[in-house]
Structure formats: C-alpha cells, structure tokens
Design a protein around this ligand. Structure first.
Ligand SMILES: [Fe+2]
Ligand SMILES: [Fe+2]
Length: 170
C-alpha cells in the first residue's frame, strides 16, 4: 500500500493541526486554572490530551504506511483570554476547521480509491461530529443559564462533569 504524495502531505498537515489544537487547549486550561475556573481547567487539560492522541493516531498511520511523520513546530498560543465564553467559541471554531481538513482528506481518498486511508479517516469523521456537538452544546449554556458570576460558576461545574480521560492512542 502506498500513500499518494497529496495524502501524505495532508496527513502530515493534520499532525500539525492536532498538535496545534492540543497546544491551544493547554493555553486555555492554564488560563482557566488561574482565573478560578477549576472545572474548565480540568476539561481543557483533558481536551489537550485527547488532541495529542489524535496526533499520535495519525503519526502511527503514516508509519504503518512506511512514511516517517514530519513533526511540525506549533504556533505560539495566546496566554490571555477574554472570557470562558470566548474560549468555548474559539474551541468550536478550531474544531470546525479540523472537520473541514478531515473532510477534504476523505474526499481525496475517495477520488484516489485509497480504501485504507478512507477507512482510517472514518473514526475522525465521527469524532469531529462529537467534538462540534460538545462545544455547540456548551456554548448554548451561556444563553440558557446566563453570563453572570453564578451562571459561569454553574457552567464551570458542567465542564467539570464532562471531563473525560483521553483514550490511549491506537
Ligand atoms: Fe482532534
Ligand atoms: Fe478536537
């Protein structure tokens, strides 16, 4: 089995996107921790770990295809955020961009009749549905519960209850 140069490049780029997501979520977690949003901090530290497992999944797939992954440097992350709501909005936007990149690879793997890459990407397609839904639902909480201190504290608790341990990379 051989990967086309196009898919090789896009999968490698995806390693970078997942690494960037992991870094962004780390910065968000750190800001939440010092702002007193304990629930959100735990949520984003876990979210960062999850993105790292995504990155590893792709690195392992590239390796299985005989390709050494080029590990990219990540862009500098912001250390200061306006609010918890801004963070959730930024996270959703980031996930939407990742979804676009995944879908692009799915389309190319279809065109190229690369069934193994197509099958490999299926997990990511489903994962992105869950990721987008998760952040959309969280964002709705600000309209539903409010934006005052008590409401934010409530939302922080919701984030704590949604913190999941990252599954090990395959
Ligand atoms: Fe991801
Ligand atoms: Fe994600």
């Amino acid at each position: 089995m051989k990967l086309s140069s196009k898919l090789k490049k896009l999968l490698n780029d995806q390693v970078g996107l997942e690494a960037n997501a992991s870094h962004k979520y780390l910065a968000m977690a750190s800001w939440c921790a010092v702002t007193g949003y304990e629930g959100a901090a735990g949520f984003f530290f876990a979210q960062s770990d999850e993105e790292r497992t995504h990155m590893l999944k792709i690195i392992h797939y590239l390796n299985d295809m005989g390709v050494p992954a080029a590990i990219p440097t990540t862009k500098d992350s912001t250390t200061s955020f306006r609010s918890l709501e801004t963070i959730i909005k930024t996270a959703l936007k980031n996930e939407q961009e990742v979804t676009k990149a995944i879908h692009k690879m799915v389309e190319i793997s279809q065109t190229e009749k690369d069934h193994s890459t197509y099958a490999f990407l299926e997990w990511f397609v489903n994962e992105q549905v869950q990721e987008e839904t998760k952040f959309e639902t969280l964002l709705q909480k600000f309209d539903l519960i409010g934006r005052d201190k008590i409401a934010i504290n409530e939302i922080d608790k919701i984030l704590a209850s949604q913190t999941t341990a990252a599954e090990p990379a395959a």
